[in-house]
Write a protein that binds this ligand. Structure first.
Ligand code: FES
Length: 627
């Protein structure tokens, strides 16, 4: 029986345990399994099925008519306005307000216009439904007989969007309308009219996606009309002098009253410099950038907005907010279009921030039916496990080994860093970034070096270097690389002769640091898999993300036990997924809704207070020995 509801989202599910419903779409034959309460429009978009729309799912264009052929969606007030009584009786509904609260079969009519799509994230096809919309309007001049206001005239020209306007927009707008003789392009972001431009500028529309990392910040200038990136720049976060990780940045704000404003200023200066660089590289006027999207961990986002991060750093680790509605680009200190909007990806908790939500979105963690593990490897390592039905996350404090901060010759992945190590029968080979002599060791080089030394039996399962006798008997060619200095044994990855100056060494303590980091991470995914109730061998894909995870050799990661022991092809580098998630929310409102619904769907598991956590951590310190 069909029910009639009076609010605008029909069939919304009451609060409670998130559950999933199945939607079968015809004629495409595609199905989607989505959280109950998601609209038919979003469910279709997330699965690459296009439904007609010019409003991007705002309930104003009335173009997204679909027929519910099995199951029921309550009739809303907007349905009654848009559809005839016969259509309503036959199951027709507006897809963007039809919330799926049960399994449905949905017939999607042929498209009247073909929407564009872009490939973003880990092979995700995103249908372009950006929040930014431009409409060219050629309006009648006001007369004594036509006394409509400026805003009424614009609203009449774009009646498929119900726009709001703030007073700050009006003065420039009224001037432009008259100087352009009423031939203008209206710029709408979400449902806000943010300005008008003289003439037809509908082909010019840009947004910027930021990945605001603790170490590195990346900006991608996106052409919103085509969904393609036109310029990408990255730079070190200018907050670096205040420490390498989030804890040291939080401490800086606690120790000095000037710390917070200073860190905010530095974060804003980093983004502002990147904006200038990408716009200059692409020859784009910053005034044509109408929206920015930002993925960052909770501390970075709060610092950027000048919000005290102390509660994030001390138990019980509380966020100021999960979502930041109504942000403007000027809140990030950016000088682009004066009314440009800003979106910060929502955070789940103090240690599962918007960067991880962006990564989960970009890698389709909530939509892929395979059992997958997503690991963002860094000082704080976030782990997400999903199988298309359930999604769980946890955070593991891995410490600074991967950033190479606590490693004797550790350095960032920059020219001179040893990034790969392989030991062959004929000797050892190292790969160095740039065409220069080695000067240090970055995170991926550290993992490779230890994995290779474990493989050839020169590091035992407890992490100790083999004895001189063992080395002399088994790998005499490498014996001279083992050197004892000040009572500590070192392995020379690059000797003085090879560097032309100081050697690059791997110390016993470096190995210990890596063991702590890998044990924290593997305890994390092992316990999370147990919570999930599945064995390690069932995992169909491991995605390694983050600036470190991306460069990690999958076989070395398996060898030291950092990731589940699986065929190497199942371990995949996911790339800069946080930045990809930010691009997706710029290009698609349904994907933006997807990021928000992830917050409700992900079940956060706190592992550190488990009684067996410490015992399990100690067990994980050992390196698996080669057979
Ligand atoms: Fe425009 Fe539904 S009314 S997409």
């Amino acid at each position: 029986m069909t029910t009639i509801e009076t609010d605008d989202t029909a069939g919304a599910v009451p609060d409670g345990e998130p559950r999933r419903v199945n939607l079968d779409f015809s004629p495409s034959g595609k199905s989607a399994r989505v959280p109950a309460g998601v609209t038919v429009f979003d469910a279709a978009s997330w699965n690459g099925i296009a439904i007609d729309s010019t409003c991007g799912g705002h309930g104003t264009c009335k173009k997204c008519k679909v027929q519910i052929v099995k199951g029921d969606v309550a009739i809303s007030r907007l349905d009654i306005r848009a559809l005839t009584p016969e259509q309503l009786k036959d199951g027709w509904r507006l897809a963007c307000i039809a919330a799926a609260s049960m399994d449905l079969e949905v017939e999607v009519p042929p498209l009247t216009t073909r929407p564009k799509a872009a490939t973003v994230g880990v092979g995700r096809q995103v249908i372009l439904r950006p929040a930014i919309q431009k409409r060219h309007l050629q309006m009648e001049e006001p007369t004594l007989h036509d006394q409509r206001t400026d805003i009424e005239r614009i609203r009449d020209g774009i009646d498929d969007l119900e726009v709001t306007v703030e007073a700050s927009v009006l003065s420039a707008m009224s001037k432009t309308l008259r100087s352009a003789f009423w031939d203008v392009t209206a710029i709408v972001v979400d449902d806000a009219l943010i300005g008008v431009e003289a003439g037809d500028t509908t082909g010019t529309s840009y947004g910027i996606a930021f990945d605001l990392g603790t170490t590195t910040v990346v900006a991608t200038l996106m052409d919103i009309t085509t969904g393609t990136p036109v310029a990408v720049r990255s730079m070190l976060n200018k907050q670096q002098p205040f420490g390498a990780d989030v804890i040291s940045r939080i401490s800086a704000t606690m120790l000095d009253p000037e710390g917070l404003p200073r860190l905010q200023e530095l974060a804003q200066a980093t983004l502002a410099e990147l904006v200038s660089e990408v716009c200059e590289e692409a020859g784009v006027d910053p005034l044509h950038v109408y929206e920015v999207a930002l993925a960052g961990n909770a501390t970075m986002v709060q610092l950027l907005l000048g919000i005290d991060p102390e509660p994030l750093g001390v138990a019980p680790f509380i966020l100021a907010t999960r979502n930041y509605p109504g942000l403007k680009a000027r809140d990030f200190g950016l000088s682009i279009h004066p009314e440009a909007r800003a979106v910060a990806l929502p955070a789940l908790g103090a240690y599962v921030g918007g960067d991880i939500i962006a990564g989960a979105l970009a890698s389709g963690m909530d939509r892929d039916k395979r059992l997958r593990v997503f690991i963002d490897v860094g000082t704080n390592c976030e782990i997400v496990i999903a199988d298309g039905d359930r999604i769980m996350a946890t955070a593991a404090p891995a410490g600074p080994a991967f950033e190479a901060a606590s490693i004797r010759n550790g350095m960032r992945a920059a020219p001179g860093a040893i990034e790969t190590v392989s030991i062959k029968d004929s000797g050892m080979e190292v790969g160095v970034i740039g065409d220069v002599a080695p000067v240090g060791l970055c995170g991926s080089g550290l993992v490779d070096a230890v994995a290779e030394l474990v493989r050839v039996g020169l590091i035992d399962s407890s992490g100790r270097f083999a004895s001189d006798e063992h080395i002399a008997a088994n790998r005499p060619d490498l014996a001279q690389r083992f050197v004892e200095t000040n009572g500590e044994r070192h392995f020379h990855l690059a000797t003085e002769a090879e560097t032309g100056s100081d050697p690059v060494v791997l110390t016993q303590r470096d190995i210990r640091e890596l063991q702590f980091a890998k044990a924290a991470i593997s305890t994390g995914w092992r316990l999370l898999l147990e919570e999930f109730g599945v064995p390690e061998t069932d995992v169909q894909q491991v995605l390694l993300a983050g600036s470190f995870g991306t460069y990690l050799s999958p076989s070395s990661a398996i060898r030291i036990g950092l990731v589940p022991k699986l065929p190497v092809l199942r371990i995949v580098s996911a790339g800069n997924v946080a930045g990809e998630g930010a691009k997706m929310v710029l290009l698609s409102l349904p994907e933006r809704h997807g990021a928000e619904s992830l917050i409700d769907e992900i079940h956060y598991v706190e592992l550190s207070d488990r009684a067996d956590f410490n015992d399990r951590f100690v067990e994980e310190l050992a390196f698996p020995q080669p057979k």
